[in-house]
Write a protein that binds this ligand. Sequence first.
Ligand code: SF4
Length: 330
Amino acid sequence: MKAPISEILLAGPRGFCAGVERAIDIVELALSVCRPPIYVRREIVHNRLVVETLRTQGAIFVDELDEVPNDATVIFSAHGIAPEVRQNAERRGLRVIDATCPLVTKVHLEAIRYAREDYSIVLIGHEDHDEVIGTLGEAPERIFVIADVDEVATLEVPNPDKVAYLTQTTLSVDDTRDVIEALRRRFPKIVGPSRNDICYATQNRQAAVKRLANDVDLLLVIGSANSSNAIRLVEVARTVGTRAYLINDLGDIRSEWLDDADRVGITAGASTPEILVTQTVEALRGQGVAVREVHVVEEDVRFALPQELARMAEERGMTLPARTAMRQTI
Ligand code: SF4
């Protein structure tokens, strides 16, 4: 690999957010305290290495609940689920552990509240993303999913004076602001959540990319192709004219990208393990290449584990191991 690089700039914060750490902890803890087999519906988080590592530890990943046998334990992914999935699991008597990120649950609760108050709800997001599919399921007859400003003009709602908006947690902060402004112009009485639904981790990782994008010739974003927040990091860099590529790992780097790259920025989506960043830095840094971290904010967010996990441990006469001991393999 050709590496004519003088400096590597690492975006901070990058990589795992609190919701992803919690979801991985939940699977690892479930594997240690619950009776096997442990099923996980969909990718627990959108990252191939994370999923493969948990699979080797014993987790069985499925797309739908009908692949889960009747007396099994199933974990719902960090992206959240539609209520009908939960009801289906209850009907089947499955033992459920919900790893939905609490910040996604917050959006679900807002959707439920607005639907009860007779609002039409504009959900800004990507209709094929697991999180949006889950939120939509809270009130499918009332929720209208739009992805960009262009869709605002053609939006038809039963009562334009009774409209609310919500957003997917992992969107572009700037694009979402434009869509909300267009919605406000079209529906002057529109209401929204008191605080932005875009999560702290999405905002912080985009802020870090904005800070360093002008100082690098190339930005590598490490993350999976189905990771919404990682894709947004590429877009944020391209918006300011910086060449940016999404890579799963260092094996995806094309040598021609590096030909005229003096300074290279590296960041990682919220579901990307730090080991992939470390490997990429090590592969790129030739002798004497400086590595500098550009840090915009400290993060100290941590979410509590779901109570059902502690209950399951208690039933087996066990206590949950310390969370800091988890994830050593990822
Ligand atoms: S990106 Fe945000 S919403 Fe998604 S899991 Fe992480 S903290 Fe939760």
